[in-house]
Design a binder for this molecule. Structure first.
Ligand SMILES: *[C@@H]1O[C@H](CO)[C@@H](O)[C@H](O)[C@H]1NC(C)=O
Ligand SMILES: *[C@@H]1O[C@H](CO)[C@@H](O)[C@H](O)[C@H]1NC(C)=O
Ligand SMILES: *[C@@H]1O[C@H](CO)[C@@H](O)[C@H](O)[C@H]1NC(C)=O
Ligand SMILES: *[C@@H]1O[C@H](CO)[C@@H](O)[C@H](O)[C@H]1NC(C)=O
Ligand SMILES: *[C@@H]1O[C@H](CO)[C@@H](O)[C@H](O)[C@H]1NC(C)=O
Ligand SMILES: *[C@@H]1O[C@H](CO)[C@@H](O)[C@H](O)[C@H]1NC(C)=O
Ligand SMILES: *[C@@H]1O[C@H](CO)[C@@H](O)[C@H](O)[C@H]1NC(C)=O
Ligand SMILES: *[C@@H]1O[C@H](CO)[C@@H](O)[C@H](O)[C@H]1NC(C)=O
Ligand SMILES: *[C@@H]1O[C@H](CO)[C@@H](O)[C@H](O)[C@H]1NC(C)=O
Ligand SMILES: *[C@@H]1O[C@H](CO)[C@@H](O)[C@H](O)[C@H]1NC(C)=O
Ligand SMILES: *[C@@H]1O[C@H](CO)[C@@H](O)[C@H](O)[C@H]1NC(C)=O
Ligand SMILES: *[C@@H]1O[C@H](CO)[C@@H](O)[C@H](O)[C@H]1NC(C)=O
Length: 419
């Protein structure tokens, strides 16, 4: 039954090349007979494995060299019959293979395999055996159709005794355009920032593309409450966004805005007489702390400290930290609540600010887990003033027109009489 299909499939496995022996570029491209690219991949990879020698097992680590090349047994696949495959060869007979598959919405590297030749004495000196070994594994590399897979962080794929670590990877299969798409699907490893919105920061008078800069999506508003032995000491409902300016590996400065996704954040905190602490920890390595203090003599509470500790995978210094303990934000009288519908920017350091959306907060004294009387922020009051001012101006205008009309009528009457 399968024979006719299998026989037909062989000559139709149309493949091809690119990748030159002395290739400086690490971009691997697979093209069909017509020269149309169907797979492109740009990544660095490190292999870690062990092998047997006379003196026992030895660990070895080696990088995918820059002269690795695409094998002509790579293939763009044949619709429904086979899937596209990228095969990369290097050194003394080692081959890394990525087999792709897709459905209506997504594509993935369904299977990765690595064939290594223990006879390669450069990588495996004194190996007891000269055999060729094959390992394989499914992977988590996947992206939306017509988007590139992007993963700045390292992504490890374990294939039996071989672990391959991908870094700074851009991969796309089922290409429609002979090049990477502009749109990307980020890997999970790059979180906590699934909604990375890069914005050019450095003095560039006009952006290279006329496309409008992306408007950051607002963060989800969430209830971040904290309770202690004496009950609730913090009621807070807000959306949080981090605005971080940092230097990338190549030295250019970028400003990025990251939304806190409450669904992926662990909320904790503590209550004391003098301090209310709210701690947010996202599943991967972002640690954000808000500390509320109070002034007993004026009987007011306020946000006095923000601390951030996070990792930025593409930064020159990936560990980013910022703190400021002399803030005076989100203030209200004890027992009352502070509310602001307008977006507020709280500057923590020169490189870091927190944008707070639709905040409603009350610290220390909370009666019956309900917000007390609202103290509206200045921004909202100013926003309220505009309609009042406009309304007032309109009323004034109507009055002036009316007076002018009445005067005009009187004058014309008078004029009529004199004629
Ligand atoms: C190559 O081009 C020819 C003519 O344009 C077309 O009929 C054929 O389907 C193309 N093949 C592939 C694999 O795209
Ligand atoms: C490949 O990736 C490296 C590292 O991100 C980047 O510098 C280079 O420009 C990329 N090359 C292409 C052709 O996209
Ligand atoms: C090789 O690596 C494994 C796991 O990383 C480790 O447990 C082992 O001790 C290492 N062996 C040698 C000889 O370094
Ligand atoms: C692939 O390359 C090998 C040698 O590297 C060559 O013998 C073979 O003909 C090539 N196959 C195709 C289909 O180009
Ligand atoms: C491939 O499969 C899809 C649905 O699974 C079908 O619509 C399409 O006609 C098939 N193409 C070929 C060449 O068999
Ligand atoms: C990958 O795809 C190639 C070509 O379709 C096939 O020969 C090979 O068996 C596949 N490998 C795995 C591990 O699925
Ligand atoms: C496509 O695959 C993805 C991931 O495996 C899955 O979540 C999605 O539901 C699939 N879509 C369709 C239309 O089958
Ligand atoms: C994997 O490594 C262990 C020793 O760390 C060894 O006993 C085993 O044979 C190796 N397996 C393969 C498939 O190489
Ligand atoms: C982020 O901060 C920079 C200054 O560091 C500022 O110019 C920019 O407007 C801020 N963006 C947002 C969305 O808050
Ligand atoms: C968080 O989860 C809720 C309910 O599960 C969902 O409605 C909401 O869209 C999610 N928000 C985000 C940002 O994923
Ligand atoms: C709890 O309430 C008691 C009595 O009012 C007070 O002495 C104590 O300091 C409070 N503890 C905290 C953590 O607020
Ligand atoms: C910040 O992160 C670094 C590295 O992960 C860690 O060593 C340090 O203890 C963290 N600091 C705080 C305040 O969490």
């Amino acid at each position: 039954m399968a024979a006719p299909g299998g026989a037909r499939r062989q000559p139709l496995l149309l493949l091809l090349l690119a990748g030159f022996l002395h290739s400086a570029s690490a971009v691997f491209t697979v093209r069909d007979v017509n020269g149309t690219a169907c797979i492109m991949a740009n990544f660095s990879a490190t292999f870690l494995t062990n092998y047997n020698t006379k003196s026992g097992f030895k660990n070895v680590s080696f990088d995918l060299p820059s002269n690795a090349k695409v094998l002509n047994s790579s293939s763009c696949g044949k619709e429904n019959a086979s899937d596209p495959t990228l095969m990369i060869a290097f050194g003394g007979g080692h081959t890394l293979t990525l087999n792709f598959t897709r459905n209506a919405t997504r594509y993935s590297v369904q299977m990765m395999s690595f064939v290594y030749n223990l006879a390669d004495t450069q990588i495996f000196p004194n190996a007891s055996s000269k055999e060729i070994k094959t390992v394989e594994s499914i992977t988590d590399i996947m992206a939306d159709i017509n988007k590139k897979y992007r993963c700045v962080s390292s992504n490890q794929i374990h294939m039996n005794n071989v672990t391959v670590t991908f870094r700074d990877a851009t991969i796309q299969a089922y290409l429609s355009n002979n090049s990477f798409s502009k749109e990307e699907t980020r890997c999970e490893q790059d979180e906590p920032f699934p909604t990375v919105l890069p914005t050019s920061y450095h003095p560039s008078p006009s952006p290279p593309h006329p496309s409008p800069s992306p408007i950051p999506e607002s963060p989800s508003v969430y209830k971040y409450n904290v309770s202690g032995a004496n009950g609730t000491c913090l009621l807070a409902s807000m959306g949080l966004q981090l605005n971080i300016t940092y230097k990338k590996k190549d030295g250019t400065a970028v400003t990025r805005v990251f939304n806190i996704n409450p669904n992926k954040t662990h909320v904790s905190g503590s209550c004391t007489d003098q301090l209310v602490t709210l701690e947010l920890q996202s599943e991967s390595s972002t640690f954000l702390v808000f500390q509320f203090g109070m002034n007993a003599s004026s009987s007011r509470f306020f946000l006095q400290e923000i601390q951030l500790n996070t990792t930025l995978p593409d930064a020159r210094d990936p560990n980013f930290r910022a703190a400021n303990s002399s803030l005076r934000a989100l203030q209200a009288t004890m027992g009352n609540s502070y509310k602001c519908n307008a977006e507020e920017h709280i500057w923590v350091t020169e490189a870091f600010s927190v944008n707070v959306f639709k905040v409603w907060v009350q610290a220390f004294q909370v009666e019956g887990d309900k917000f007390g009387s609202v103290e509206e922020c200045q921004l909202d009051e100013n926003n309220m003033l505009i309609p009042i001012a406009v309304g007032g101006a309109l009323a004034g205008l109507v009055l002036i027109v009316l007076i002018a009309y009445l005067i005009g009528r009187k004058r014309s009457h008078a004029g009529y009489q004199t004629i």
